[in-house]
Design a protein around this ligand. Structure first.
Ligand SMILES: NC(=O)c1ccc[n+]([C@@H]2O[C@H](COP(=O)([O-])OP(=O)(O)OC[C@H]3O[C@@H](n4cnc5c(N)ncnc54)[C@H](O)[C@@H]3O)[C@@H](O)[C@H]2O)c1
Length: 263
């Protein structure tokens, strides 16, 4: 898939890893619709990129009506710009740590589990589901008749989740698990599905970590012994968009790091 001349929907695109993808896509001549709840960072990014190539829509991916109300404006903008939909990147995500059973013998509140699953898992699936009809009717590209690509975001926690990450690991493991069946469902439409599973990357999500936790994580790393940079994440997403042979696969982006139980 060529990025130039196509439109990509990026949830969580106002910050961190999603924002790096947005910047990359625009730099390469693609258009982006950013779906995010952050009403400060979203408009600021549009200002940076220019309204010609990026559009911000306030959207809560855990609310199916909120996603539904973003579909029509996206489709209209695509018609206006003449850049058909080329991909969906559900990057919105949250982490809310909590032991499944704490020292006081209290189980993790169900509301905490629901919060994480409703954004990371259900929000990812619902976003893809609701934008797919538009993607499946995009004009095919190249001799492969490719219509588009979905690049989902899992995590190291899908494979080696740490203490307190039961809900987060469940959400990210599910995203990894649905990669292949989704690719199988969509192959007849010429739509690929690739998932990236990053370890610790610099972003708002990790900025709040204490020095102790950060140092502990860095100790657990192989090479390079540092957090990944958002541009290193978006470089892989860009490759996933461009390389038609990547499909139905989860790619770890972690410098060989395997997370320990605790730090
Ligand atoms: N940073 C890391 O170390 C790391 C590692 C593995 C996976 N991830 C995953 O990468 C993705 C991006 O995270 P990030 O690190 O860039 O964090 P971030 O906090 O910088 O960005 C997340 C974005 O998602 C948005 N968002 C949150 N809830 C939303 C909702 N309900 N609807 C719409 N938007 C919502 C936020 O407003 C924010 O702009 C997440 O799925 C996260 O789980 C991050």
């Amino acid at each position: 898939m060529k990025i130039e001349g196509r439109t990509f929907v990026v949830s969580g695109g106002a910050s961190g890893l999603g924002r790096a993808c947005v910047r990359d896509i625009c730099r390469l001549g693609g258009n982006v619709v950013i779906l995010d709840m952050n009403e400060e960072l979203g408009p600021a990014l549009i200002k940076e990129l220019g309204a010609g190539s990026a559009k911000f829509l306030v959207c809560d991916v855990s609310d199916t009506g909120s996603i539904a109300s973003a579909v029509m404006p996206t489709v209209s903008w695509i018609k206006e710009t003449g850049k058909p939909l080329g991909g969906i990147i559900p990057a919105a995500g949250v982490g809310r740590p909590g032991l499944i059973l704490n020292k006081a013998n209290e189980p993790v509140p169900l509301s905490q589990i629901d919060f994480v699953l409703s954004i990371n898992l259900r929000g990812t699936l619902d976003l893809v589901r609701q934008f797919l009809p538009a993607l499946a009717t995009s004009p095919p590209f190249s001799s492969d008749n490719e219509r588009g690509v979905i690049v989902m975001v899992s995590s190291s926690a899908a494979f080696d989740g740490q203490m307190g990450q039961v809900a987060y690991a469940a959400s990210k493991g599910a995203v990894a698990s649905m990669t292949l069946p989704m690719a199988r469902d969509l192959s007849r439409f010429g739509i690929r599905v690739v998932t990236v599973a990053p370890s610790m990357f610099e972003s708002a999500m990790t900025a709040g970590m204490s020095d102790k936790v950060r140092k502990g994580l860095e100790k657990a790393m192989e090479f390079p012994a540092r957090a990944g940079k958002p541009e290193e994440f978006s470089a892989l997403v860009r490759h996933a968009i461009e390389n038609v042979m990547l499909n139905g696969v989860v790619i770890r982006l972690d410098g060989a790091t395997r997370m320990p139980s605790k730090l």
